[in-house]
Write a protein that binds this ligand. Structure first.
Ligand SMILES: Cc1cc2nc3c(=O)[nH]c(=O)nc-3n(C[C@H](O)[C@H](O)[C@H](O)COP(=O)(O)O)c2cc1C
Length: 341
């Protein structure tokens, strides 16, 4: 069914198709049909970061930036849904077109630029939703906030989302907000993570509810750079790492239509680079929960992500190309893989 819908949707420009799909999913959710689209809910519970995940397959950040579609997405059978990236104030993002499909490569290039309705809107939507599963809230900074003051934006978001998230993701790896990725390196990283850790511990104590902090990183890093990030995550008591975001490399799509668009490349071309980062993180941080994301487009790819070192996985581009059936396919493949071990 999705292949028919897809052939119609792929005639629209990518961002319009995205909006139409989410509206369709909302409708399917209201009619109680979303569960069937996802290929059946898979029960494969796992405890990580002090949370109980109903299965190992989550939705990656950026598909539901404002938590406007949480009920419908949750009903597809994901073990967890990450909403955002959200910023303190609403912002429009980059001018359109800013989202491009590269079907020959199973890839997407986006330069959305954190278009979102602001953290207050997102929190209201999470509160209004009936979804009872695990919700991650992914936070970032506004474009107009200077990078030197980025920590203030992350702290503002942390305060506002703490009471409504099961875990919070610190996104320092989008290539579409100038300077953001510099926060992954050197003293910037320790300063940011130290401040966020301290404040989240204070909020945990104040509320009596511990909300784990995850950090999302880019695939475009040398082994040494991954090592430095790993050390900082460990030193600052971060609970989990999400690897990876999109890549700025264009090697895999050179010569393809849209292959030279600016932005972050996702889908199949980022599968191997993200697995390399995951492998290096696992080597350096044997006990840290790793959420693996990048290029998963089949059950086998989900299993390979776990073999690279991930504990949980997330989907984005594969979900666009393969449709909601991919959720159940990956969850079943991972359940079988863990039953074998
Ligand atoms: C259109 C689009 C928008 C995205 N927006 C965000 C975002 O707001 N925050 C974020 O952390 N990652 C964002 N991502 C990155 C994905 O969450 C994911 O890390 C990346 O696409 C690699 O996974 P994939 O190959 O399965 O797509 C976005 C990806 C796409 C394609």
């Amino acid at each position: 069914m999705y292949s028919l819908a897809r052939s119609l949707l792929f005639r629209l420009d990518a961002e319009t198709a995205h909006g139409v799909t989410l509206k369709g999913l909302d409708m399917a959710g209201r009619l109680g049909l979303a569960g069937r689209l996802g290929g059946g809910r898979v029960a494969d519970p796992v405890e990580l970061m002090g949370l109980r995940f109903p299965n190992r397959v989550g939705l990656a950040a950026g598909l539901d930036k404002n938590a406007d579609h949480l009920d419908a997405l949750g009903a597809l059978g994901f073990g967890f849904v990450e909403v955002g990236t959200v910023t303190p104030r609403p912002q429009e993002g980059n001018p359109r077109p800013r989202l491009f499909r590269l079907p020959e490569a199973g890839a997407i290039i986006n330069r959305m630029g954190f278009n979102n309705a602001g953290v207050d809107h997102l929190v209201a939507r999470v509160r209004a939703s009936r979804y009872t599963g695990v919700v991650g809230i992914n936070i970032g900074k506004n474009l107009t906030t200077p990078v030197e003051q980025a920590v203030d934006d992350y702290l503002t978001c942390l305060h506002k989302v703490h009471g409504h998230a099961h875990y919070i993701t610190v996104n320092i790896s989008s290539p579409n907000t100038p300077g953001l990725r510099n926060l992954q390196f050197g003293e910037h990283l320790d300063a940011l993570l130290g401040a966020l850790r301290e404040e989240s511990r204070r909020l945990d104590q104040q509320t009596g509810r511990r909300v784990p902090l995850a950090v999302k990183i880019a695939p475009d890093m040398s082994t040494e750079e991954v090592g430095l990030v790993a050390r900082s995550l460990d030193a600052n008591g971060i609970d989990a790492v999400i690897a990876t975001n999109t890549t700025v490399s264009r090697e895999a799509v050179a010569g393809l239509a849209h292959g030279d668009e600016q932005g972050g490349l996702s889908g199949r071309p980022v599968f191997e680079p993200s697995n390399m980062v995951i492998g290096e993180l696992r080597r350096r941080l044997p006990d840290m929960p790793i959420i693996g994301v990048g290029g998963i487009d089949s059950g086998e790819a989900a299993v390979a992500k776990v073999a690279a070192g991930a504990d949980l996985v997330q989907l984005y581009s594969g979900f666009i190309y393969r449709g909601p059936g991919l959720v159940g396919e990956c969850a079943r493949a991972l359940k079988a893989r863990f039953a074998d071990h």
